[in-house]
Design a protein around this ligand. Structure first.
Ligand code: CUA
Length: 161
């Protein structure tokens, strides 16, 4: 079978584009922490009150310096609010919903997760810029969806230990 010269050029151009696109996905996914939610931990949304972690969602600083934030999303607020975390330290967010699907987007960062009843969404991120950030729900969850916001306060670290 003979393939025209120009046909061959376009075939190779298509292959190059494919490699470029897949490469872009791989590089951003591994290098820049752009990734789909993958944490498949389940939880009974009706029994959050009995959960040691989510009955009293809070920011926990462990002795090794890691920070874990447990968050419950519920029509139409996030708990705790505000969320205070230190700057320049990995902060792991663990999110779940007590009712319907919500979103958890920290405006101005690439933190953006779905919060689903029955699941714990988890991601870790380091905030380098101290300040106040708005947290928004970006899944339509009811009449007051547009009012469902929270505040993240990133605090400058006190003198290094
Ligand atoms: Cu919660 Cu929209």
């Amino acid at each position: 079978m003979s393939v025209e010269f120009y046909e061959r050029i376009w075939m190779w151009a298509a292959v190059v584009l494919l490699v470029l696109f897949v490469g872009t996905i791989l590089i951003t996914a591994t290098g820049q922490a752009v990734h789909p939610p993958s944490h498949m931990e389940t939880i009974d949304p009706g029994a959050l009150a009995d959960s040691p972690e989510f009955s009293n969602p809070a920011v926990t600083v462990h002795s090794d310096g890691t920070v874990v934030v447990s968050v419950v999303a519920q029509m139409f607020s996030f708990s705790p609010n505000p969320i205070e975390v230190p700057a320049n330290r990995p902060v792991t967010f663990r999110l779940t919903s007590a009712d319907v699907d919500h979103g958890f987007e920290i405006v101005g960062t690439n933190a953006n997760a779905m919060v689903l009843p029955g699941y714990v969404s988890q991601f870790t991120m380091t905030f380098t810029k101290p300040g106040k950030y708005t947290i928004g729900c970006n899944e339509y969850c009811g009449l007051l969806h547009h009012n469902m916001t929270g505040t993240l306060v990133v605090k400058e670290q006190e003198s290094p230990r």
